[in-house]
Structures are given as C-alpha cells and as structure tokens.
Write a protein that binds this ligand. Sequence first.
Ligand SMILES: Cc1cc2nc3c(=O)[nH]c(=O)nc-3n(C[C@H](O)[C@H](O)[C@H](O)COP(=O)(O)OP(=O)(O)OC[C@H]3O[C@@H](n4cnc5c(N)ncnc54)[C@H](O)[C@@H]3O)c2cc1C
Ligand code: FES
Length: 283
Amino acid sequence: MHEVLSKKQLSPNVTRLDVMARRIAEIRQPGQFVIVRRGEGAERIPLTIADADPAAGSIALVIQAVGKTTRELVALNPGDAIQDISGPLGRPTDLITSGRALCVGGGVGTAVIHPIAQGLHRQGVAVVSIIGGRSKEWVIFEEELRKLGEVIVCTDDGSYGRKGFVTDAAKDVLAAGGVDCVYAVGPVPMMRAVVAVTKPLGVHTIVSLNPVMVDGTGMCGGCRVSVSNETKFACVDGPEFDGHLVDFDLLWDRLGTYRAQEQESMARHEESCRIGLEKPKAD
Ligand SMILES: Cc1cc2nc3c(=O)[nH]c(=O)nc-3n(C[C@H](O)[C@H](O)[C@H](O)COP(=O)(O)OP(=O)(O)OC[C@H]3O[C@@H](n4cnc5c(N)ncnc54)[C@H](O)[C@@H]3O)c2cc1C
Ligand code: FES
C-alpha cells in the first residue's frame, strides 16, 4: 500500500498527491510514468511521475479529474492509500546535454514537462518554459518551473501573462532563434500545433503521447501508435517520440475508441455517488 502524504489542489480540476513509493522515488528518471490501481477491482491508469523526493521516499502525482478513476484518485486524502503503483515505466526522456531547450506545456501537460525541465536544468541546458491555461486559476507549476529558467505564461482570456495560446508564444521564441530542441506535452491538438510550427523550421521536437494504456509493459497492444509509419507501443518504446514523425490523426481517432463506455462509466459513478453507494469527490 502507498500512503497519501499530502494533497494540494493546483487548479479547478487538477490535484497533486504526494504518495509513498520509495524505490520509484530513488530510480525514476524524467519522462517516466507509473501505472496506478487505487484498490481491488479498480481500473489501472498511467500517470507521469511529476516530481520525487528520494529522501522522503515519495513521488508526486498530478491528476486531472476527467473521468471515474481520476475522480476517485483525487478524492483520496492524506492518510488514505493507493493499493498498487507500478513503475517507473517507459523510456526516460532523451535530454539534450548543452544549448537551449524550449519546454511547452498545456494543461496537466505542464506537470509532465516539469521533470523534463528539471533533467535539462541538471545537464546545464538553458530552459525556457511556455505554459498555459484557459485563465489564471488553470495555470499550474509556474513556481517550480521558474526555479529552472525563464517562464512565459499564456492564458486564453488574457487574465494572466500573455493573452493567447502557448503555440503563439512558441512561434515568437522560435523566430528569435537559438532553440536547439523543443519538448511539448499537452492535449493532442496542442502538440500537433507545436509540431506544425517547428517542422518547417527543422527544430527537433519531442512530444509525450497519451494513448490508452492497460498493462504498461508492451503486452496488451492497447497503446499502439504510429511513428514514421511504424507501429510502436507507447508504454515501452515511448511515451516520448519525435513529434515530426508521429501520426497524430491516428492517435486522436484511437483516443475516442472507448468514449461511449467512458461516459457510461462516469454516469454510473455519478449515480452511485448520488444514492450514497460510492464516496463522491471530496473537494
Ligand atoms: C504515459 C501517460 C502519462 C499520463 N500522465 C498523466 C498525468 O500525469 N496526469 C493526468 O492527469 N493524466 C495523465 N495521463 C492520462 C490519464 O491516464 C487519463 O486521463 C486517465 O486514464 C483517465 O481515466 P478516467 O477513468 O478518469 O477517465 P475516462 O473517462 O476513463 O477517460 C477519459 C479519457 O482519458 C483517457 N484514458 C482513459 N483510460 C485511459 C488509460 N487506461 N490510459 C491512458 N489514457 C486513458 C482517454 O483519452 C479517455 O478519453 C497520462 C496518460 C499516459 C498514457
Ligand atoms: S499498455 Fe499494453 S502494450 Fe502498452
């Protein structure tokens, strides 16, 4: 069992849980993730290791509540426990070792960018981060990223930082030159838009793909993606790939495969909470 040590609401639907996972905290590397199962019979879902404290033996999970399982996880409180946390899984990020990197994070993707920016900073790479949200209260991990380099904040409504999308700011930084590699993590349309900017400029771009994963060990085939017209399993070959070679259309189609079942599961969960069979979201 993995005890929840602390809980913090980062934005209206994003929560940070610091949980005990001593061995994972000691050996995790940027870009790696865990597969989490809250309890007996619960769904297994992948979550990035957003941070770790090897001395305390804890890892940080930053969870966007989008469906039944993520809602159940963010309802946990300090003192509660998660039954299984497997990992670290996936290939570590291919970090450049010198020069200047641009890290672009959208929504909960900003939490995934954080360990990548940490890794780059440790190598001595100059890091510029562009992070965004629809308005001020949706911006996360700004303080943590400011410790690692320059941060440009964008909000869709202009309530904080620069008005507009992260891709607009990325265009300006790239136009000024001097960027050796771009790391982009966020919703598929955002990563696709970043790649559309960097491809004509020939700037190497790494994206983190988020297909549905089940076992996380390359056995079920659920996380198939197409990269350079070759089938790859995101859990073992990724989750990060050269964005210029990714088939984003296929990824987008496959992400919608279980939409009807996900909606049904969410509706059943809400009904169970309503009639008191399950614990509702705590916040
Ligand atoms: C490598 C990787 C790292 C991730 N890291 C994070 C993270 O740090 N924080 C975070 O909030 N989210 C992360 N995700 C996404 C997260 O796993 C899904 O949001 C979660 O599984 C949704 O489950 P649900 O039951 O709450 O929602 P559902 O209603 O079941 O699904 C909502 C949407 O989530 C996606 N999804 C559903 N089941 C899975 C699954 N088993 N595997 C992957 N995606 C799924 C689908 O796009 C689906 O349409 C990551 C995904 C991957 C592949
Ligand atoms: S999650 Fe099963 S093969 Fe990748």
